[in-house]
Unconditional design. Structure first.
Length: 128
């Protein structure tokens, strides 16, 4: 695992995923990442999944202030698609929090509570 922090934009995996999405501008990458994560029961690829969930939150009108403005504007075009992903998105965030490799790593870190707080904020924005 490369660089990682409590926020999605501090993690190499999240930033790589967001960079790919920004280059391709293909919403199916977001839905595929979330659906695949849930179908496989989570564990691997949590950083990328968190990035996809941030885009869903942005599409639902609840973006993180840490997300690039151009990605926020692009994601807003997919509000109706994001609504259909909401149930899987909530399942995915719960899997990230409870049964991912990333959660195991954070359980051993001093900032574990801070990381969980960022996930709780994301979950709240996905339900708003």
């Amino acid at each position: 695992m490369g660089a990682w922090g409590i926020h999605f934009d501090e993690c190499d995996g999240s930033l790589d995923f967001l960079g790919d999405v920004e280059d391709r501008r293909d919403w199916s990458e977001i839905s595929h990442r979330i659906d695949d994560y849930v179908a496989n029961g989570g564990y691997d690829d949590a950083e990328e999944t968190i990035a996809a969930l941030e885009l869903v939150a942005a599409a639902l009108g609840q973006p993180s202030e840490r997300l690039k403005p151009e990605l926020i504007e692009w994601a807003k075009e997919y509000g109706s698609e994001a609504v259909t992903l909401r149930a899987n998105a909530l399942t995915a965030i719960d899997l990230v929090r409870e049964s991912s490799e990333l959660s195991e790593l954070w359980a051993e870190a001093e900032e574990s509570d801070d990381w969980r707080t960022t996930l709780a904020d994301l979950r709240t924005r996905l339900t708003a």
